[in-house]
Unconditional design. Structure first.
Lengths: 434, 283
């Protein structure tokens, strides 16, 4: 009889467990479906601009050289990424471009040849397709397409754009433009006006002196460091600012939170009301959150690393205060008793009885936050205007320098990983080692 | 005899003194770094620290001054922005769920003794390191460019980071898991998935849950802040409300209140639940 009861209850337990095991995933699934609808994911897929993704992925690892003809003056200019700083000297062009008076011939490779003809017309010879001819007549674009326009050509009254694997051609009333893509980040080391452009590392280190006024290494370093297009100096400063924000915020908060943590710990602070008050201060500091602190502080201090550091400092004072007071409440009383049995005064009791116990715990928490704050400093910098976060958002907003965006992203990830291993190394060294 | 003990005493005192000296030098260097860092940051800031200090309360005062005469409209604003708040919480919740799900797999695949493909452990570890190092804003901004503004870019960005961050914590938990149930299951012919699901996950679920809860709280903050750079939710509304300028900060005040209350509630709630879990688990 008893065994039957046991079986029944066991069955019931199993049933309940099975129901629970089934109900939880179902609940999660239902929630995900609700969110799928609430976030309008299907609409998002339709609205997504996949061509942006294409541009982004291509520009991330390659650069393009623009050959531009001003259709009013007839002047032809070659420029890397179309930027003034990457412009070839007047009359000069890469070797795949032939400048011959009013006619310019551009070899895009693989048999694709674009020719700028006089009178604002152009010819594009494509193997296996034929030759496209287009011109500006009056205000409109006139082409030889007729009725069937291929899908890789976008044609309107005022603009013609052709995209092939070899490059892009566009024609408007103002200008005729050809883009040719090349792998790599062009001018990353030296801009075109630097004498070191086109020289390899070996040639600079061991070759003949290139610039008669400067030694090779010093001159190359100078031209690299003050590179106009990639601005390595500014980027290095921005990274330093971001790390500075994280460093100042984290350790500043730790220094402020330590005494407050003592005041909020039950076993160190006898006054109930003080404990309660300080704890609510911690809750407030944490609750207001970095975002609001950033907004409030940037109104007072203006944009810059100090604002970001203070925003991190305020939020983390709340977090550290809470964690420190909890750690202090968990200290072992025996050590303190031992120290006080030797006749130690209260301050000495704390110094020799409490501090050695809690230091590893507190330090590891602080160092852990240092790494996570490097990430926060990036985003806070994007809001207040400081550090690498600002550079990243600026490069994103212009929507053309995707190779710079990629560069910043790589740097940010490396920076965070560096801070991560630094904090891990310090934690091991200060807490476990020695 | 007394000679030896004297020697010992002397060398001990010398060691203590050396240690104190090193400690003192370290502290001094650290203090100098901190002070010079603050001076440098102050220098690079648009407005100085001491010049700005009296203005700290200007903005809160403006907000209060704008809100006080329109106090009757405040409940209306709270209701208006409540849906944006829900969106922010949803972003955090979904990204925590998805990120935690991914993290469970990643952590199991990168724990010695449990991994499906032991040779690939370093690969999964590196992958988690990179995911963890990726600040949310980077992915969010790239996705906003492709997908347009809205909650989904923020959700994906936070989930990605969460997977890396939780994966590391989870794999630390996994390392302490008892392998006996796993062995028992494999002796009856269970596959890898069954071994993990039935042998490991029940052991570590409370710890997983506790970490995920802490992450959820962090993610609410992250989704609010990402909204400010254009990824939907209450942060986006806050940015709009801020841009209306002086005299119209009453809506910003409503958002501040909503955000503050939400964060405090979830902060307290998660602390409470986690404490309960820890005490029940007896750790």
């Amino acid at each position: 009889m008893a065994s039957v009861d046991l079986y029944v209850s066991a069955d019931r337990l199993f049933l309940r467990k099975r129901l629970f095991a089934l109900a939880l995933p179902l609940l999660i699934l239902a929630y995900l479906i609700y969110v799928f609808v609430a976030f309008d994911v299907s609409g998002l897929v339709e609205r997504a601009r996949w061509e942006n993704a294409q541009v982004l992925t291509r520009d991330a690892w390659s650069h393009k050289i623009h050959i531009t003809r001003d259709n009013r003056s007839g002047e032809v200019v070659a420029a890397i990424e179309g930027e003034r700083k990457g412009r070839y000297p007047a009359g000069a062009a890469p070797d795949w471009v032939t400048l011959a008076g009013t006619t310019t011939s551009i070899d895009l490779g693989d048999g694709h040849v674009v020719t700028f003809l006089p009178d604002n017309s152009l010819r594009y010879a494509i193997p296996d397709y034929g030759t496209i001819e287009a011109a500006i007549e009056g205000r409109h674009v006139v082409t030889n397409f007729g009725a069937d326009v291929p899908d890789w050509v976008s044609l309107s009254k005022s603009r013609l754009a052709i995209t092939t694997d070899e490059g892009r051609v566009s024609l408007t009333r103002n200008k005729t433009e050809v883009f040719k893509y090349f792998p790599g980040w062009e001018l990353f080391f030296f801009t075109l006006d630097s004498p070191y452009h086109g020289h390899g590392l070996w040639g600079i280190l061991f070759g003949d002196q290139i610039d008669p006024t400067r030694s090779n290494i010093a001159g190359a370093w100078q031209d690299f460091w003050y590179n106009d297009m990639w601005r390595h100096l500014d980027v290095a400063w921005a990274m330093f600012e971001t790390i500075l924000m994280a460093f100042l915020g984290t350790f500043g908060a730790a220094i402020i939170a330590l005494p407050l943590g003592f005041l909020a710990a039950r076993n160190f602070s006898p006054v109930w009301i003080a404990r309660f008050g300080i704890r609510r201060v911690f809750d407030f500091l944490r609750g207001v959150d970095g975002l609001i602190w950033t907004i409030v502080l940037s109104r007072a201090f203006g944009p810059g690393p100090m604002t970001g550091a203070l925003a991190i400092l305020l939020t983390d004072t709340g977090s550290f205060g809470k964690m420190f007071s909890e750690a202090l409440e968990n200290v072992d009383e025996k050590q303190t008793e031992g120290v006080s049995s030797t006749g130690a005064k209260p301050l000495q009791r704390y110094r020799f009885g409490v501090i050695p116990q809690v230091t590893p715990v507190l330090l590891s928490q602080v160092l852990y936050y240092l790494e996570s704050n490097t990430r926060s400093a990036t985003i806070i910098g994007a809001i207040t205007g400081g550090g690498i976060g600002l550079l990243l958002t600026q490069a994103m907003i212009t929507q053309k320098d995707w190779e710079e965006v990629t560069y910043y992203i790589v740097l940010i990830i490396l920076m965070v990983m560096l801070m991560d291993s630094l904090s891990g190394w310090l934690r091991r060294r200060l807490i476990k080692g020695e | 005899m007394s000679d030896i003990s004297n020697n010992g005493h002397d060398s001990y005192m010398a060691m203590i003194q050396r240690k104190r000296l090193y400690g003192g030098i370290m502290l001094a260097i650290f203090a100098m770094l901190l002070i010079s860092g603050f001076m440098l940051a102050d220098d690079r800031n648009a407005g100085g620290f001491w010049a700005g200090l009296p203005n700290v309360f200007d903005f809160p005062a403006d907000v209060l001054a704008d809100t006080a005469p329109k106090l009757d409209q405040l409940p209306g604003h709270l209701v208006t922005y409540f849906s944006a708040l829900i969106e922010t919480i949803n972003i955090a919740a979904v990204s925590t769920l998805i990120g935690a799900g991914l993290a469970i797999f990643l952590s199991l695949l990168s724990t010695r003794g449990l991994a499906r493909w032991p040779r690939l452990i370093p690969v999964f570890r590196r992958a988690m390191d990179i995911m963890r190092a990726m600040p949310e804003i980077v992915i969010a901004l790239v996705l906003i460019f492709i997908l347009g503004g809205g909650p989904v870019p923020a959700m994906i960005a936070i989930a990605f980071h969460t997977a890396g961050a939780l994966g590391k914590l989870f794999s630390e938990v996994n390392e302490n898991a008892d392998l006996k149930p796993v062995e028992g299951l494999s002796s009856v012919g269970a596959g890898w998935f069954q071994r993990m699901w039935l042998g490991v996950v029940p052991q570590v679920a409370p710890n997983y849950f506790s970490y995920a809860l802490l992450r959820f709280e962090i993610n609410i903050r992250a989704s609010a802040i990402l909204g400010f750079v254009g990824a939907g939710g209450i942060g986006y509304e806050l940015k709009n409300a801020m841009s209306w300028g002086l005299g119209k900060y009453d809506e910003a005040a409503a958002i501040f209140i909503l955000l503050f209350v939400t964060i405090v509630i979830f902060d307290q709630l998660s602390g409470h639940v986690r404490n309960g879990l820890i005490h029940k688990g007896g750790h």
